[in-house]
Design a protein around this ligand. Structure first.
Ligand code: ATP
Length: 267
């Protein structure tokens, strides 16, 4: 079983502006979370509660974790990133203790965003852990989400999954992961901004972001990051071979695009 310090508390310097595309998702996050928090008087005026968390769902690599980091960055909050599958343990009682530990750690670092990936791992359909043990584990998570034993003030929970249909329905009741946001593969303009983000700190010349976006249908954000890294590698190798550094050019990116298989086509 992973020890308590297996879970890192990170500072996040990502903001919503760094997230390419997703205008609707960002607008919903602002309305549900960010603005109510930033404007306590308005929150009271309109009787808006801060209870409840978010459930992000959609294909892998399209920015769910990145979005969680951006929410933390916007709030000036810490970020705790756990995969639910990692806290599950075959020994009786360990999974519950792990979940308790994660939330204890998080509360000690509030304000904090707790990002729980693979929340479907606790779905009723998966019974690898035996269904009664699984029930106890789910109940522990519900207790933590509800803040039954300790207050969840300043603890924002975001769950993520690629398989929303497997999620235990109890996790989605009001006050828990009660708001659902679909995170889809990036469209053309989102891809252009994802390219801009991943090239922003690299030496580039003659880059046409619109052209890159047009050439990358079905590429996820993670695929685009991979393209940018591969193109950097090509420019680096060319510089080593010629003995003088050269900028990353469209040719490097086009070659990288040709080598990388887009991963979102199945969705
Ligand atoms: P998984 O379901 O596999 O956990 P995910 O949806 O959480 O996937 P991320 O880990 O957030 O995907 O994305 C992988 C990487 O791709 C991020 O670290 C980020 O660099 C990049 N990326 C994805 N989407 C975007 C986006 N909209 N804007 C900028 N970068 C993005």
């Amino acid at each position: 079983a992973p020890p308590v310090d297996a879970w890192d508390v990170e500072r996040s310097d990502v903001t919503l502006d760094d997230v390419g595309g997703m205008d609707e998702v960002k607008a919903r996050l602002r309305a549900a979370f960010l603005e109510p928090l930033r404007n306590p008087e308005l929150r009271r005026l309109y009787g808006k509660s801060l209870r409840g968390g978010m459930l992000l769902y959609g294909p892998p690599g399209c920015g769910k974790t990145f979005l969680g980091r951006a929410v933390a960055g916007e709030l000036g909050a810490q970020f705790v990133n756990i995969g639910l599958a990692d806290v599950l343990d075959m020994y009786i009682g360990r999974s519950e203790r792990n979940i308790q530990d994660v939330f204890r750690l998080a509360r000690a670092h509030a304000p904090v965003v707790v990002f729980i990936d693979e929340v479907d791992a606790l779905g009723q359909k998966r019974s690898a852990h035996g269904s009664s043990a699984m029930r106890t584990t789910v109940n522990q998570l519900l207790t933590e989400l509800d803040g039954v034993e300790s207050s969840n003030e300043g603890v924002f929970v975001i769950g993520a999954t690629n398989q929303p249909w497997d999620i235990d329905p109890a996790l989605r009741r009001p006050g828990r992961l009660d708001r659902t946001l679909l995170v889809v593969p990036p469209d053309e303009s989102a891809r252009a901004s994802i390219f801009r983000y991943h090239l922003r700190a690299r030496p580039v010349e003659g880059i046409d972001l619109g052209e890159l976006a047009r050439r990358t249908p079905d590429f996820s954000g993670a695929d685009i990051q991979h393209v940018c890294e591969t193109a950097s590698e090509k420019a680096l190798m060319a510089s080593v071979q010629s003995g003088s550094p050269r900028m990353i050019q469209m040719g490097d990116l086009a070659a990288a695009i040709g080598e990388i298989r887009p991963s979102t086509r199945a969705w």
